[in-house]
Design a protein around this ligand. Structure first.
Ligand code: NAD
Length: 350
């Protein structure tokens, strides 16, 4: 068992183990009631109800699958179920699922009674390395992705590697996009490891190391800047363009797939603005392509620009991006003009 400590809002640990059943038992012992949030697929495949059977203070609530669960109507259903269960301030929520479920569950916990404890049991690579750690919670709306949310740290995160066995190659690769992002901004060794693993199957063999390294970077960054006043923004490398693309696709693209294209966009923009070397820009393309991730798009530029303007990093009319000076050396790109963005977009157009 390995663990990483995060010190943001309060101190908590991310445990990497194969023990989610025991976690459910332990959490139920430390609260008078636990509200378990998960999807039908995970409940059925991992027999979650069976493990809850001896636990008489747990309520299970099933939410719809994928990105569509990050919706106000689903959240409303959770609040109603929490009211029905009589959930009080000393109770807790446990979110078992991908990043969509941990974002939604964390936000439900943040908003119920102005904040109750919650625990994350991430079941996708993206949720293990990124979404479940750091306390950013939220839902989507017509206005944009993740614009409604709250900073609300979990009390514990339990990464059980067995969940990855049922994760599709498509979803594993989507999670690798976030791992590759961490490699570029802060841990070059991740890129070295992945360069010698040219298929998803082969990357799966080193999943634990990739997860440990990625979480360690995230834990360090959010412990220094929990509320994203500046440093934490580096974790959004590739995300301004990525979020726009993801929303434009009506969430048909996985988050990580959209981020993959966003990483190439951010690298190209860095080349134009701060002289990021061509060989590092090329490394973005080759690594992402290696795992079948998209590296270009043919979505029209106009709507993407509009969506990028609603990004959380924008300030007034000013568009801001996280760029890269060199490996492990992120840089803030301020006041980027629409013309420059258009020219950059042309370099990643399919
Ligand atoms: N809060 C943060 O800091 C943060 C960081 C990164 C990403 N995110 C969010 O995370 C979400 C993306 O995460 P995701 O890719 O995990 O999406 P997701 O939760 O939609 O999961 C992707 C798919 O995997 C399936 N799945 C989940 N676990 C599985 C398993 N063990 N076996 C088989 N299938 C499984 C899901 O049902 C879904 O169809 C986005 O909403 C993104 O905004 C948040």
């Amino acid at each position: 068992m390995r663990h990483i400590t995060v010190n943001a809002e309060h101190e908590y640990k991310v445990h990497i183990d194969e023990h989610f059943e025991g976690v459910l038992h332990d959490v139920s012992q430390s609260h008078s009631k636990v509200f378990i949030l998960t999807t039908q697929y995970l409940a059925d495949t991992y027999h979650i109800e069976k493990f809850l059977h001896p636990i008489d203070n747990a309520v299970i609530h099933i939410v719809s699958d994928g990105e569509h669960q990050k919706d106000i109507s689903v959240l409303e259903g959770i609040w109603q179920a929490m009211a029905q269960a009589g959930l009080t301030r000393s109770d807790a929520l446990v979110a078992i699922g991908g990043g969509a479920t941990t974002d939604l569950g964390g936000f439900a916990a943040a908003t119920w009674l102005r904040g109750i404890s919650w625990y994350a049991i991430p079941t996708t690579l993206a949720a293990m390395v990124d979404a479940s750690v750091g306390g950013k919670t939220g839902i989507n709306s017509h206005a944009g992705k993740n614009l409604i949310g709250s900073f609300h740290s979990p009390s514990g995160v339990f990464v059980d590697l067995r969940f990855l066995k049922t994760l599709s190659d498509r979803d594993f690769a989507a999670g690798l996009a976030e791992v590759i992002k961490v490699g570029f901004i802060q841990d070059e060794e991740i890129l070295n490891i992945l360069q010698s693993r040219n298929t998803v199957d082969s990357a799966r063999e080193v999943a634990e190391e990739l997860i440990f390294r990625s979480i360690s970077v995230k834990a360090d960054v959010v412990s220094q800047d929990f509320h994203e006043s500046k440093l934490r923004e580096i974790l959004n490398y590739g995300h301004t363009f990525g979020h726009a693309l993801e929303k434009y696709s009506h969430y048909e693209m996985r988050h990580g797939e959209a981020v993959a294209v966003g990483l190439v966009f951010a690298a190209e923009l860095s080349g134009k603005m701060i002289g990021l070397k061509d060989e590092i820009i090329d490394l973005h393309r080759s690594l992402l392509k290696q795992f079948g991730l998209p590296i270009s798009t043919n979505v029209p530029f106009g709507p993407l620009l509009e969506l990028m303007r609603s990004d959380k990093k924008s300030r007034g009319a000013m568009l801001r991006f996280i760029g890269l000076n060199s490996l492990e050396n992120p840089h803030w790109l301020e006041d980027v003009s629409a013309d420059l963005l258009q020219a950059t977009y042309e370099r990643i157009q399919a």
